[in-house]
Design a protein around this ligand. Structure first.
Ligand code: COA
Length: 383
């Protein structure tokens, strides 16, 4: 048996997790981890949050400037007009197993949408832009239809008079949402729209850089976001809060996690080494909603966990930490938390796909081989 050969001394250094590797120029967003700043096309997230709607952010990411009223109105009309799904996709979503996790259903739904779109492989920029907007409009519909179907409830069809956040809430609940619910969800969409070269965005860019198609790129991104490290942590936060149960048990729980080296969901970040700038906005919304619902224990427990983690490990809460309490307070089922992240992030993913296409180069890193060399084949019957 041969032993692995030494890597040649001239082998390039490996950056595990591609940490510190710069993979692209982008005009879309900048994550400044050292100062806790997030910028979309020149605007600080603190400047945008509460002042612009999700649709304005969609426009910003697509055009690099905020829309005027006419441009915004045209975009809203276009998105509302794109919401309808092919009947074949609706039938397929209704036939999926009811216990299928929604992220699987959405990934499958987006892939299926590509089968029905006659311009799926049209690589003109005009067609790519149309597909981008169609996906932004259709992924919430895929999510809502699957969610209704899995409960055996009649599907609620999109309402073209409603904006993106309101229409999604309407389609999952079957009733028109309150203005407060809509503005909260809209702000969550704004905060989640883009985030630099995160794992799912990178995966979308890798796929489109092969000159595959928009549906394949977004399917890839959804599969990447699904993992608990980048996107699925918000679900873990609610499970953790439920497991802890009450404020007086938080300290012991955190101590036990520290002892067992178990990670606390919603805490820590690969890039932000100070506070994630999205977290204070979500925290404020979580505080308001918890007070209104008369169920302050979730936010109280969250605040205590965040304080302990800062004190013990100098780690801050990330976007998932308080968004979990916000969605929970809005009555959204836990397994739709990550799909909502995907719905909002589709604006960023598609904008990155368009940006990659505008100046494309195949993304193809290398690896350092650490296996043996020079092995000889032993005939099958002698092995
Ligand atoms: N709970 C407890 N300790 C944590 C932690 C957490 N959530 N996140 C990081 N740490 C600790 C690690 O154990 C490690 O400690 P050590 O140096 O004593 O071994 C140190 O902080 C560095 O952690 P590391 O895992 O190397 O950081 P990373 O940059 O690779 O990971 C995350 C970043 C986000 C993957 C990580 O913080 C994590 O898993 N967080 C929980 C999941 C989550 O909320 N994800 C959503 C991100 S938006």
């Amino acid at each position: 048996m041969s032993t692995p050969s030494e890597s040649p001394s001239s082998a390039p250094a490996v950056s595990k997790g591609l940490e510190g590797i710069v993979a692209a120029h982008t005009r879309l967003s900048d994550v400044r981890g050292d100062v806790g700043q997030l910028i979309y096309c020149g605007y600080d997230i603190d400047e945008l949050a509460g002042k612009v709607s999700y649709e304005e952010v969609v426009y910003l990411l697509n055009h690099n400037h905020l829309p005027n009223p006419k441009e915004l109105s045209e975009l809203k009309t276009t998105l509302a007009g794109y919401r309808e799904l092919p009947q074949g996709v609706i039938d397929m979503l209704c036939r999926l197993p009811a216990d299928c996790p929604p992220m699987h259903a959405i990934r499958t739904g987006v892939s299926a949408l590509g089968c029905y779109d006659t311009i799926a492989d049209d690589d003109t920029m005009d067609a790519q832009r149309r597909k981008a907007l169609r996906l932004i409009a259709q992924i919430p519909v895929v999510t809502a239809y699957f969610h209704r179907a899995r409960q055996g409830k009649p599907l609620v069809h999109p309402d073209p008079t409603l904006g993106e956040a309101a229409n999604f809430l309407y389609m999952i609940d079957g009733e028109k949402p309150s203005a407060e619910k809509v503005s909260t969800m809209d702000m969550c969409y704004v905060l989640h729209a883009d985030h630099g070269m995160n794992a799912s965005t990178f995966s979308a860019r890798v796929t489109i850089a092969t000159l595959s198609d928009m549906y394949s790129a977004i399917t890839t991104a959804i599969g990447t976001l699904k993992g608990p490290l980048p996107g699925g942590a918000n679900e873990g936060v609610i499970k953790m809060l439920q497991e802890i149960g009450s404020l007086d048990k938080v300290d012991a729980y955190v101590d036990e996690c520290m002892k067992q080296k178990r990670k606390i969901m919603g805490i820590g970040h690969r890039v932000y080494k100070v506070l994630d700038p999205r977290a204070p906005h979500l925290k404020r919304m979580a505080q308001i909603l918890s007070a209104k619902l008369g169920e302050p224990k979730w936010i109280q427990m969250s605040e205590r966990i965040a304080a302990l983690m800062l004190e013990k490990k100098n780690l801050h809460a990330n976007v998932d930490f308080y968004s979990a309490t916000v969605y929970y307070s809005l009555g959204i089922p836990t397994d739709l938390f990550t799909p909502i992240f995907a719905i909002a992030r589709t604006s960023g993913w598609t904008a990155h796909v368009l940006e990659q296409l505008a100046d494309n180069r195949l993304i193809r890193p290398q690896s350092v081989y650490t296996g043996p060399v020079g092995l000889k084949v032993t005939p099958l019957e002698q092995r």
